[in-house]
Write a protein that binds this ligand. Structure first.
Ligand code: FAD
Length: 418
């Protein structure tokens, strides 16, 4: 067989899943090479970013070394920034080199979308990478520490007010994590817990629209009972360094705006000349083949595909399943066989509000409180099984169950588990 180079860009959930599948097929086949390029030397467990931002986890707890993940495997991980893809000559250009491909898979994820809202970029924080989470964590620790020494009441209050924009899963998990850390932050800075205010601001009339209303209601009740102020129907129109301005004209005096309200396709792909759809996502057919292109696949959050009239969700299960579909279709193309059409098979939605409370709908089974959190851990542990990493499964158990950084972290709920 002629030599075939498969190049995958992006070691996210989709890219890693696809690479594992391809390596399983071609492990013993020297005519096929698999190169996995990512700007980081690690795969980021994006679903736990809020834990790093609020100090429940260390950055390294959610960064999985790609060389370890693909040890003794056919996959060659390359740490490099992709600068361009030449679809005509089939060349990927990175900051450090070039890679010729026969099959290309793009799994480069998304980036925050502030919809042009003034001040978000300059004065706000986002949560879409390890770097974002670390930056936010530093800011949170620092601003509370500084506020403790400020005598001007108004300024101090604004410094101690944290605002999350976006009532989706990420926004709720972020504000929930801050709730979980509030007592610790107050204690180490000799403040009263009540001095720290938490706002969740949503533009539309409801939060957690991916959950049914009853489950969303439970989450909302838990948050409001614990002092989170939820403002619905409240689009943010401007973000200043020390205040947030709402469409109504009302203002929230706050030095911290965390923007989780939108995601669009990774703009690095903008100049590749590929057909795009809503939010810049790249159009694919049911085989995850890029629209109008041969042997180019798009997977995960970056891909745009409609099922039952709705765009494919930007979630881990969709990322893995699209990665799986693309890998199968590359195998069919190289080794022969029928192509496989994508069919989303999603098992549910889980949202954690800090370490001790959550809400979940798993195939129609509704859970809240401890059981939802328990299921979230089970799903995370299953993920390590899927990527065949016993090492990171043990690391996860250590950091979530035993090696706890702060009192308000997972340990509280873990004692219930045991
Ligand atoms: C805080 C947070 C919480 C979430 N919680 C959940 C949850 O509970 N459940 C759920 O199902 N989903 C959740 N999601 C969504 C989920 O994380 C995404 O759907 C998923 O990460 C998409 O996977 P992906 O492989 O498409 O892209 P990503 O995981 O985003 O990976 C993209 C990869 O591409 C690399 N890359 C990008 N550009 C380049 C370049 N130019 N050169 C080289 N490398 C590049 C990046 O470094 C990255 O590793 C959450 C997301 C966030 C941000």
């Amino acid at each position: 067989m002629e030599n075939k180079n498969i190049v995958i860009i992006g070691a996210g959930y989709a890219g890693v899943h696809a690479a594992k599948k391809l390596a399983k097929k071609y492990g013993q086949d020297d005519s096929v090479s698999i190169t996995l390029i990512d700007r980081h030397p690690y795969h980021t467990m994006m679903t736990q970013l809020h834990e790093v931002a609020a100090q429940r986890a260390e950055p390294e707890d959610i960064q999985f070394d790609l060389h370890r993940l693909f040890k003794n495997s056919k996959v060659r991980p390359v740490t490099d920034e992709v600068k361009h893809v030449d679809l005509k000559d089939k060349v990927v250009t990175t900051a450090e080199g070039t890679y010729q491909y026969d099959y290309l898979m793009l799994g480069m994820g998304g980036e925050p979308n502030d919809f042009g809202t003034p001040g978000v970029h300059e004065n706000g924080f986002t949560l879409l990478s390890s770097e974002d989470a670390v930056k936010l964590h530093k800011h949170i620790e620092e601003i509370v520490h500084r506020a403790a020494t400020v005598h001007d009441q108004k300024k101090r209050q604004a410094m101690l007010t944290f605002t999350v924009c976006g009532g989706g899963l990420t926004g709720v998990e972020m504000i929930g994590e801050l709730l979980g850390q509030r007592a610790r932050l107050a204690k180490i800075n000799k403040l009263d817990e009540k001095d720290i205010s938490l706002y969740l601001v949503e533009a539309v009339p409801n939060i957690l629209n991916v959950l049914d209303r009853k489950d969303a209601g439970k989450a909302e009740k838990y948050m409001t009972e614990n002092g989170i102020r939820i403002l619905k129907n409240s689009p943010i129109v401007d973000v200043k360094p020390d205040r947030i301005i709402l469409k109504s004209g009302d203002e929230i005096a706050s030095h911290t705006l965390i923007w989780t309200a939108g995601i669009r396709a990774n703009s690095d792909t903008k100049n590749y000349g590929m057909e795009s759809a809503r939010a810049g996502r790249l159009k694919v057919n049911e085989y995850m083949e890029a629209s109008g292109l041969d042997n180019v696949y798009v997977v995960g959050d970056l891909a745009y595909f409609e099922e039952n009239g709705k765009p494919m969700p930007q979630m881990v299960e969709a990322a893995e399943q699209t990665g799986g579909t693309a890998a199968k279709n590359i195998i069919a193309s190289i080794s022969g066989g029928e192509k496989t059409a994508f069919k989303g098979n999603y098992h549910g939605i889980m949202v954690s509000i800090g370490a001790k409370y959550g809400v979940a709908n798993l195939n129609g089974i509704h859970l809240s409180g401890f059981w939802a959190i328990f299921m979230k851990h089970m799903v995370n542990l299953y993920y390590f099984f899927c990527i065949r990493s016993g090492y990171y499964m043990i690391q996860y158990i250590k950091h979530e169950f035993f090696h706890i950084k702060s009192q308000s972290s997972a340990q509280g709920s873990k004692s219930v588990i045991s």
